[in-house]
Design a protein around this ligand. Structure first.
Ligand code: ZN
Length: 304
């Protein structure tokens, strides 16, 4: 299929303000990495007098890296978008792991019936394999986000910067090649990101998108349980995490969810960049604005 015409308005690229990076990521990340580097030396230094303290220092250094890496919405390593600002009953439905030749057309029909908009966080290799479905998503007014190229769930969090950059760039290229529209949004496989991810995203003018409501549809088949769990956390501005493909029933869960929230008066929108919010350390709720625009698509040199 051919490329889709680029709407210049959609090409406007967001990037974090300097304030945002300073407050919610760079300093904390640098502090953690600095501590990880010096921790072994401190341990050796104090080890002769207190082995317990030395072991504690080493364990603490590991925890400081592992906790924000393995906790999807942790802001310690940089801003993670967790919701968007709105005064009305609207939510952002995000659907991961596609496109899928069976599920994607079904979901698009469903969204059209409810006049709903959604963002599909896609895998680069599937975009190349299912170009028609990826293109149709954009053609019907939805958007695509980057969900890595091969979705290496178990290994992504321990990759080095070169391999992570490869995963991001290959998926970005697949999306751009097939749809003609670049994406500015990235969601890490299973939400795990290590200290290399934010600098690489920042260099590309991209934001890390998390979620505020999920039903664990990736591991559960029971739709009512999945939808109940999601609805428990829903409020205006929530970001919903759902999945397509692989498992029978995921589509049904999305259908039940869209129907139920529609009946409750919610609409499904794709929020503007200036509406995206993340929680900065120590600032509790609405804290950080993720906004502004940039025009560059080419990566800049990351600053770790
Ligand atoms: Zn995924």
């Amino acid at each position: 299929m051919g490329r889709i015409a680029v709407d210049p308005a959609r090409v406007a690229r967001p990037r974090a303000t300097d304030d945002e990076q300073t407050i919610s990521g760079r300093r904390v990340r640098q502090l953690i990495l600095w501590f990880v580097l010096v921790a072994p030396f401190i341990a050796v230094f104090v080890g002769t007098s207190s082995m317990t303290f030395a072991v504690g220092i080493v364990i603490l250094s590991h925890v400081l890296v592992l906790y924000p890496t393995l906790t999807a919405t942790s802001q310690w390593l940089g801003p993670v978008v967790t919701h968007f600002a709105t005064d009305v009953k609207e939510v952002w439905l995000t659907i991961d792991d596609g496109p899928d030749p069976v599920d994607t057309p079904r979901i698009l029909d469903l969204l059209a019936r409810y006049r709903a908009r959604a963002t599909f966080f896609v895998k680069g290799e599937r975009v190349r394999n299912y170009r028609q479905e990826a293109g149709e998503i954009v053609r019907q007014g939805h958007s695509l986000g980057n969900h890595s190229d091969g979705h290496p769930s178990a290994r992504f969090w321990c990759f080095g910067p070169r391999r992570i950059a490869q995963e991001i760039d290959r998926c970005n290229k697949a999306i751009l090649d097939v749809t003609g529209t670049p994406t500015t949004w990235f969601r890490a496989p299973v939400g795990m990101k290590n200290p290399f991810v934010h600098p690489l995203l920042d260099a590309r003018g991209m934001r890390l998108i998390g979620w505020s409501a999920r039903g664990f549809d990736a591991v559960k088949n029971e739709c009512s349980a999945v939808v109940n769990r999601i609805c428990k956390d829903i409020k205006p501005g929530s970001i919903i995490l759902a999945h397509e493909g692989r498992r029978e029933g995921r589509c049904n869960c999305i259908e039940f969810l869209v129907k139920r929230l529609s009946e409750e008066g919610y609409s499904f929108v794709i929020p503007g960049q200036d509406k995206l919010r993340s929680r900065a350390p120590g600032q509790g709720g609405d804290a950080t604005k993720v906004g502004n625009t940039i025009s560059a698509v080419m990566p800049r040199r990351p600053a770790f």
